[in-house]
Design a protein around this ligand. Sequence first.
Ligand SMILES: NC(=O)c1ccc[n+]([C@@H]2O[C@H](COP(=O)([O-])OP(=O)(O)OC[C@H]3O[C@@H](n4cnc5c(N)ncnc54)[C@H](OP(=O)(O)O)[C@@H]3O)[C@@H](O)[C@H]2O)c1
Length: 290
Amino acid sequence: MTVLITTPNGAVGRYLTEALRDRSDARFFVRSEAGAERLGEVRGEVFIGDASDAADVRGAVVGVDRLYLAHPFADDQAAVETRLGVAALEAGARRIVKLGARGFTGDGIVPDAVTGTHDAITERLRIAGVAELTVLRPDRFLQNFLPAAASLAEGTLADPAGPGARGYVDVRDIAAVALAELLAERPVGGEIEISGPQALTLSELADRFGAVLGRPVRYVDVPLDGAWRAALVERGIAPRVIDGLYGLYANYRREGVAGLGDGVQRVLGRPPRSVEDFAADLLVPALSGS
Ligand SMILES: NC(=O)c1ccc[n+]([C@@H]2O[C@H](COP(=O)([O-])OP(=O)(O)OC[C@H]3O[C@@H](n4cnc5c(N)ncnc54)[C@H](OP(=O)(O)O)[C@@H]3O)[C@@H](O)[C@H]2O)c1
């Protein structure tokens, strides 16, 4: 059996890499030598190529039986993931575990490009006839807040997702569910909704971070205005991607209290990790630079 891991240095993928480091039947698809180095030592094969290049994709999927399929939100996400998935099927793969995202429910929700892209990819994979397709549908990642660790330490959690409550999830749990689905001996498939143990507002999340950090942390709403857009332009983010993120955040702001997914309990037989576990294990070390 050969398992192909895309984005093995990515938000979820890095934990799959950790778990599969010692297996000779895992193949890791990185974009560059630098990406290969970031993986560290792995027993399996490292394939260097660009997921947006058709020839590279054909090379990456040779002999693959199972595929972990992920890509960041970008103009080419639908094309990249669809091409990878279809190429893997043509190469004989039977199982795809795709990283998707939770959909929105409730009044006033407007279709957005981020969740719409996942739906479009999923539909195309189904049409392509994949035997076993698992779509992971996680809520917002707690790890999104790691780049803002310094600001949290200074007492501010600034975020544009608005006042609603969500099941912020530790990415390590998403990876654990992905791994279980990838390696299961039994047939798998279907959609798995994944969230943390409870729905929290950003104020409640800030309080919990503050309790672990030992100092008050205050939530500051970031309006989706020109300044928000200008800050993303400054970071080099493409205008179409900014439009997509705008639509996504606008839906977060509209949704109110998001429902919770039971995927962690259902697949792993244990509750999801708490915010406190995340903060102690990852946020505190990020602050001390370890
Ligand atoms: N963030 C959230 O809260 C959240 C919640 C639910 C769902 N999601 C979904 O999670 C998915 C992942 O998003 P993410 O932003 O966290 O990204 P990510 O999984 O961290 O992916 C980034 C990785 O993709 C690799 N990559 C990018 N373009 C590539 C290419 N052309 N060829 C090969 N590798 C390439 C990058 O490689 P390099 O290191 O070489 O650049 C990088 O390691 C998205 O589909 C998003 O909708 C996110």
